[in-house]
Design a protein around this ligand. Sequence first.
Ligand code: TYM
Length: 354
Amino acid sequence: MNDKEIVLSGIRATGNLHLGNYYGALSKFVKMQDDYDCLYFIADLHALTTTPDPNILHENVKNILAEYLAAGVDPDKATIFVQSDVPEISEMYLLLNMHVGIGELMRTTSFKDKARKQLGIKNGSDDEDIEKQIIGTDSNKRVNAGLLTYPTLMAVDILIQKAHKVPVGKDQEQHLELTRRFARRFNSFYGVDLFPEPQNFNFGDHAVKVPGLDGSGKMGKSEGNCIYLIDEEKVLRKKVMRAVTDEGPKEPNQPISEPVQNLLTLMELTSAPEIVQQYRDAYADCSIRYGDLKKQLAEDILKVTTPIRERYNDIRNDDAFIGRVVRQGAERARERASKTLAEVREIMGIRKFY
Ligand code: TYM
């Protein structure tokens, strides 16, 4: 198409988007679309690994599409598509799996976390225990094979478009590392130079991890600690005002506790640097008032989310527009995917003889 570097990223269709998705991925999608050849998709096949209700899955795909568009992803600049509209991905997923080890998939952090959830095992149980339960004989308690091969599917999303840059949050870096490994392995096994090794992309110097409002850990749909882009103003303010803090600094210059640091991290993403500094100083000299910090934080988050929420409502109701965007996106995404798939088939020896 042109000689710009190729950017590809996606978000699973598992619910509305939160600030973690926004700062880890979506805000970068918007910023990159002017300078790169960008493809952004909704990962509905990946969402199947947690077996959602079919109707809810379908609604989620539309919701996230509307959120992409409302946040400023422009279908005239970037290709926007739904993963399952590109069947070449599913075929190449089968082919690439032949070069992926079960062991390396089982060692993936996200697999261990999700397997633990599917089996109902508590955090803290050791890996051997999880492995025993995974291969155990109780067929009511199973971890689906799609979850194990999740990183293969993600690698295919990226490699089938020969992407150079993949804007994702910190939690996806292990998957990207695996993608690079699979690309290297394929290239060297067949003695070809087919796939570039994709890199994460950030505007700062490190990958983003947006914390939750509950004092520890990252913001995540399944943690129930999210601020959603389409939260109503009142709901959003309430969530921020209820965020976990500490009892206040007891002595000057004491280290900042995790829950307060989390709020400052959110502030660093949404507020002006002087404001963040003001609250850091106030913590250091013990004059900080968490009520003020939270009011300020809610105000600054709303400046980001309000325009998105307002546009979202209109776009979400325009099925015809959303339909046009993804039909055109699927066509463009399939063009390159089918070329790569043909190359992969040829390289692996899947050739027609009639
Ligand atoms: P998903 O849906 O879990 O997350 C979508 C994006 O949001 C980022 N993210 C965060 N970033 C910072 N802080 C957080 N608290 C936070 N929570 C979520 C994720 O890092 C991600 O960038 N496997 C991907 C979907 C995918 C994909 C791909 C991405 C499938 N194929 C190919 C890139 C390329 C995922 O789990 O997304």
